[in-house]
Write a protein that binds this ligand. Structure first.
Ligand code: ATP
Length: 241
């Protein structure tokens, strides 16, 4: 990459106490790029996203966003900088309505109610399913609707880089297809940069142009989506073929 990417990660190392789980990760996401991070259970995908979102403090390495070193900054700073995580398991406020959950996403914005309302309309247009249920408690939504609400809440923060953790987890294929369609639309309409984590290679590479393969805390492969999908070793490891 010739110009400075939107996100550049160098030598990232993260540990939980004595147990180190990421070992020197180097990765980059360009403006408007959709990149996948794939790998099996426990490889360290969620840990990587949490470190980028400021929820975990790296032991070593650098996280550079728009040319600025943001390593070790707290999560609230990351959101203000434009890095927004849609967490695994969605973590909605179950006792609050869909509308309230979406508005929680906008808490750190300073660009005024007009802009926030416009984004809210856009989110309801993207997720027609939610528009009909804006007053319903999030805890009573179906799994797919909860995932939509979590993505919508992330979008309400007006991200420059959206981190999506395991969108497809536990959802029926027809719902996963709908989520893939919406993520593709979000990218097309807003040119948003997205780093997404998936265990399912096919789902990941249906959305991403490029991917990285993570194995027990180390990046072992990277390449264009079609290259990774055509790679026998990668397919054997992640598609069970
Ligand atoms: P999954 O798809 O299962 O979420 P993952 O690739 O996202 O897998 P991580 O959740 O990042 O993997 O976990 C990486 C490693 O770190 C695992 O061995 C896991 O047991 C360990 N780990 C994760 N969270 C903690 C924690 N809070 N304390 C200690 N170890 C942890």
């Amino acid at each position: 990459m010739v110009s400075e990417p939107l996100l550049r990660v160098e030598g990232l190392e993260v540990a939980y106490g004595e147990v180190q789980v990421l070992w020197g990760l180097d990765l980059a996401v360009a403006e408007q790029e959709v990149v996948a991070l794939v790998g099996s259970n426990g490889a360290g995908k969620t840990t990587t996203l949490k470190a980028l979102a400021g929820a975990l403090r790296p032991r070593a390495g650098r996280i550079v966003f728009e040319g600025r070193d943001i390593t070790g900054r707290p999560a609230a700073d990351a959101v203000r900088t434009g890095i927004v995580l849609v967490p695994e398991g969605r973590q909605l406020f179950a006792g609050m309505s869909v509308h309230e959950n979406l508005m929680m996403g906008a808490y750190a914005r300073q660009d005024g109610m007009g802009a926030i309302r416009q984004d809210l309309d856009w989110v309801y247009e993207l997720f027609r399913e939610l528009a009909k249920k804006r007053g319903q408690l999030a805890g009573t939504l179906s799994g797919g609707e909860q995932q939509m609400c979590a993505i919508g809440r992330g979008l309400m923060a007006k991200p420059r880089l959206l981190l999506l953790d395991e969108l497809s987890l536990g959802l029926a294929p027809v719902i996963v297809d709908r989520l893939v369609e919406i993520v593709t639309r979000i990218h097309r309409e807003r040119g948003l940069a997205i780093l997404l984590v998936e265990q399912d290679l096919n789902v990941a590479l249906a959305m991403a142009g490029r991917g990285y393969v993570l194995e027990t805390g180390r990046l072992v492969r990277s390449g264009a989506a079609e290259e990774l999908l055509a790679d026998e070793a990668v397919r054997a490891a992640y598609l069970g073929m």
